[in-house]
Design a protein around this ligand. Sequence first.
Ligand SMILES: [Zn+2]
Length: 354
Amino acid sequence: MKSVKLNWTDVSPSQYPNLKNDLELATETALNYTIGALQLFARGDKKTLLHRDRFFGKFNEDRYHVVEKTFMDIRDELLNGQMIYNVSQVSLSSTNVYGSSSPDSNNHEINIYGKFLKAPLLGQDSKFGVIIHETSHNVVDHILDQHGTYSLADTEALAKNDPDKATHCAECYEYFVEFGVQAGLISDNSVRLEPFLPKIGNLYGGGIIFYVDKTKRHGYIATPFDQSTGIIWGEYGVKVPTNLRTDSGKVATDKIIKTLGVGSYAARLCYDLELNGYSDWYLPNKWQLDKLWTQRKIVGGFTLDEDDGKESTYWTSNDHKTYPGDAWSMRFRHGTKRPDDKRKLFRVRAIRSF
Ligand SMILES: [Zn+2]
């Protein structure tokens, strides 16, 4: 259990014998459910997306980055910060306020008011929700109250009509978690104290993780299905200066887009893709497609053989080093790579980095 510090002013701890326990439990619960919220945030199923839209508005990459970052800051504060709660005779006798925050104090203190004492453990305006709310003010300077109103309907209306404001609204963060728990989207299963460690096969970041690097925090995610069953690599004879040795799939895709521009071809398909709330997909390079091939059974949805008995082939983002008519592809049944005519219609599977 996370230990917290209470500053008592003009009031004796013995008058509120349960308050320290309640605050410790609320802080611990706030931390666990904030981590749960971050895990939820990385998922792409329909119920989750509707829940996100409900409190933060229609998807927009910049806005959602703000939201995700804010939840991370709340998590870090609850996990690593010293949580200090101020209680006084005056604050505790005030029964129409739950809490307030002191972002300007060195210690990010939270003032507890009388209404908090009667707040439920779970559900709307719960004790842990108040902690998330006040912590959001303390750690992120742009998080404000929603014009002093505190109702679910107002919050939902704000998300719908002014989503920019919703991403800067403390109630939206509080209600996102409280109602996420209530809806079973943030469950006890997702409650844990360690930050989420991504694993191969996890549904995460809009797709399925197929590679985690040495940091154990970063890697690659593939979409769960092919983006095309047959599309050209690009214009025959037009050389794209990709570097086989040093270009990531992302860098190579950007170079292809820059060289070939608009059109219907493999890299463009990935570049334009918007899926499960993410729009930074790209065509994997040879090395990345190799990793994806290794995890093909876990990621799933690949076609190894065509109906006509031919092996199905996937494009990589690597142009041929010298010959402008070919680019690199992979036969997926055996994982063998070779240069192929750019006009051939091969499959495409987009990936993104995390
Ligand atoms: Zn507030």
